[in-house]
Design a protein around this ligand. Structure first.
Ligand code: GLY
Length: 367
């Protein structure tokens, strides 16, 4: 068992990483919340694999349990779905001391966290992430929210969970494409501030692809430590936490262009390479870094060009830049990028000419 502390004064919590963790979660509920109902929010895909096991570990203690299934995918991150589930909870007499468990990937986590932050003006919630993306990134740090027609995650709150329980074994049931897509976020951490970790990941590519249990536990632990340090420094993303958006300015524009019919992590993979390319164009990093990262992405079968993401689309650099400009989270006319001085040395670039962004994107039409 590995434990990571997220130190945020009165909102501090622990991340516990352990195989077959469901029994520990039920025991934790018994020790801390004996009189509270366990409200388990999950989606149909996750429920298929885990809900019986999860509920039966709770049944041992005879707690009151309520299971709520939402539809898988981003469409559930919607205020109308929040309202529907909130009303269901209110009708079933939810109390302020009840606990919401988010059992699933990023969508379930973001949805449940947001609901927990507003129902009865806030009840406790616990993350039980089951995908690689949610285990290394979205379950930690308290970003919660839903989408709107103007963009993703534009309604939400910073609301920290009271614990995160991670079972690396749940990765085994993930489709390979989804698993590898989550891996882009792992690579991201190494590029931000840990060159040694990058070389370690590269050396262990085969073990990663085959979801080697020991390797994945090591990776999850390392990423959670890195995220907890960043969140402690800058919980509300005023500066330092922005580094976690490496590759994401490009990725969000790509996702919008493909009407979100692309895996987030696959867009991040191309977005990361674009960010390195832009760093080279601005004379901030060396070309050898680009080659190293591209060769690593090839090893782990992640996309490295826009054509890899969608070969039928007529890609248009100006349209991607327009998507970046319409990003509602932008505070001035400049588009912010997270770029690299070196592998393991990311920084925030506040002002880049449109011409340089254009030239960067154009290089990804054919590779
Ligand atoms: N996923 C990026 C962050 O939590 O800030």
């Amino acid at each position: 068992m590995k434990t990571v502390n997220v130190s945020l004064k009165d909102r501090s919590y622990q991340i516990i990483i352990k195989k077959n963790i469901f029994a520990n979660i039920a025991a934790h509920h018994f020790s801390n919340y004996k009189k509270s109902k366990a409200i388990i929010i999950t989606d149909k895909n996750v429920a298929k694999h885990y809900i019986k096991k999860f509920v039966s570990s709770f049944n041992k203690y005879k707690f009151e349990i309520q299971v709520i299934e939402i539809l898988p995918g981003e469409k559930s991150k919607d205020l109308l779905v929040i309202k529907k589930v909130a009303e269901k909870l209110l009708k079933s007499n939810v109390k302020r001391n009840d606990i919401i468990y988010a059992l699933g990937g990023g969508v379930v986590g973001d949805f449940s966290g947001f609901l927990a932050s507003i129902i009865l003006r806030g009840i406790k919630f616990i993350q039980v992430p089951t995908t690689l993306l949610s285990q290394v990134d979205s379950s930690v740090g308290g970003k919660t929210g839903v989408n709107t027609s103007t963009g993703k995650n534009l309604i939400g709150s910073f609301y920290q969970p009271t614990a995160v329980f991670i079972d690396p074994n749940t990765l085994k049931s993930l489709p390979q494409k989804e698993f590898m897509s989550g891996y882009s976020e792992v690579l991201k951490y190494s590029l931000i501030n840990d060159k040694k970790f990058f070389y370690w990941l590269d050396l262990n590519s085969n073990k990663i692809i085959s979801k080697n249990s020991k390797t994945m536990t090591e990776i999850i632990n390392n990423c959670c430590i890195k995220k907890s340090i960043i969140v402690k420094k800058d919980e509300k993303e005023l500066n330092h936490r922005m580094l976690l958006n490496l590759g994401h300015t490009f990725a969000h524009a790509i996702e919008k262009e493909l009407k979100y019919k692309v895996k987030h992590g696959e867009a991040v993979s191309v977005g990361i390479l674009m960010a390195i390319r832009l760093s080279i164009l601005l004379n901030k990093t060396k070309h050898t870094n680009y080659n190293l990262i591209k060769s690593h992405l090839n090893k782990v079968n992640l996309p490295t060009s826009l054509i890899c993401l969608n070969s039928k689309k007529k890609w248009n650099a100006r349209s991607l830049i327009r998507n970046m400009l319409s990003d509602k989270k932008r505070v001035d006319k400049n588009i912010k990028f997270i770029l690299l001085h070196d592998i393991g040395k990311a920084y925030i670039e506040n002002s880049v000419s449109y011409e340089k962004i254009y030239l960067t994107i154009k290089e990804f039409f054919n590779e």
